[in-house]
Design a protein around this ligand. Structure first.
Ligand code: CNA
Length: 303
């Protein structure tokens, strides 16, 4: 810290000082940015942790490179590896929200969550009780799906059954029939897509490499500038444009990183607090400082 460093708004770089900002009402518009690291404790591997990450596990699928599983042109040629992964990650009974997810739901319940930007596609924030209008799923999610050719949406329950069987759904298989049955296109929708089944591959609305992020991300990203406290949890901050979000607010705005490792520009600003370790542990410490620990554990247990 030099003479040029802007004035501190935290009394020191500790979770106790962060909790004070919240308890005194200074921090009321908390913006949170999350990644795969908040779901690893739920049993969902992240991408990049060596050995345990998804990319490490994909070796068995003989991909040209692990990232190919989220590459649209590869998917068009061979959608199977993606559906192996989809079966693993699919939201439902298998995975339960973590303490970190529940902490976010508490922030929302207390009217302190300005916006949650998540890169995760597992929908565990919703499952923990964060209201949908407080979440921007920056990389999409498994919540909806459509044909990659004609863009016609595909039924969620039929999709779930396909994924559970490890099969690749095609446009027109809404009834779950094994063979796609061709129907003549009947009419064009407003967006130019045909309303009839075309037999194209169906893909969940998660963002593949080279695909545009959802419109909501661009419409709502400026909310990061309105933050009076930023929490970043469980992300390597390697994927852009998401990785730029923690740098959008004014430099005086305190930022807290809950992560196994140091990432992005964390540590360069006077009010950066680095909580290195597993994020559930860090979140429990913050909950202790806030006097919310009992409520956090009870809400998590009773989910
Ligand atoms: P990433 O690049 O795999 O990085 C994860 C980060 O979290 C790393 O820095 C880890 O050190 C850290 N980490 C892992 N476990 C913990 C833990 N228990 N506590 C604290 N930190 C931990 O993942 P990102 O989210 O940064 O990358 C962006 C990709 C990953 C997005 O496009 C996601 O869609 C995608 N992804 C999502 C999921 C999911 O939805 N759960 C799972 C795997 C990958």
């Amino acid at each position: 810290i030099t003479e040029d460093t802007p004035p501190l708004t935290l009394s020191d770089r500790s979770l106790a000082a962060v909790a004070d900002l919240i308890k005194t009402g200074y921090a009321r518009r908390i913006v949170v940015m999350t990644g795969a690291g908040i779901s690893t404790a739920a049993g969902i591997p992240d991408f990049r942790s060596p050995e345990t990450g998804l990319y490490a596990n994909l070796a068995a699928l003989n991909l040209p490179e692990p990232e190919a599983v989220f590459d649209l042109s590869f998917f068009q040629q061979n959608p199977k590896p993606f559906y192996v992964l989809a079966r693993e990650l699919y939201p439902g009974a298998r995975y339960r929200p973590t303490v970190s997810h529940v902490f976010l739901a508490l922030l929302a319940r207390k009217g302190l969550l300005h916006m949650l930007f998540t890169q995760n596609i597992d929908c565990l924030e919703r499952a923990a009780g964060v209201p949908a209008d407080r979440i921007v799923e920056a990389h999409g999610s498994f919540a909806t799906q459509r044909c990659i050719d004609c863009k016609v949406p595909f039924d969620g329950e039929v999709m779930r059954a396909f994924v559970a069987r490890g099969e690749v759904p095609r446009c027109g298989q809404q009834q779950g029939q094994q063979q796609y049955q061709y129907q003549q296109p009947q009419q064009q929708r407003d967006d130019g897509a045909s309303s009839a089944a075309c037999g194209g591959l169906v893909k969940p609305d998660i963002v593949f490499f080279g695909e545009a992020l959802p419109r909501a991300f661009f419409e709502l990203m400026d909310m990061a500038k309105e933050a009076d406290l930023i929490l970043v949890m469980g992300t390597s901050l390697q994927v852009h444009p998401f990785a730029g979000l923690p740098n959008m607010a004014d430099e005086q705005v305190p930022r807290v990183l809950f992560n196994l490792e140091e990432v992005g520009s964390f540590g360069t600003q006077a009010d950066d607090v680095l909580v290195l370790g597993d994020c559930d542990g860090g979140v429990r410490q913050l909950a202790d400082e806030l006097g919310w620990r009992e409520e956090l554990e009870k809400t998590w247990r009773e989910l």
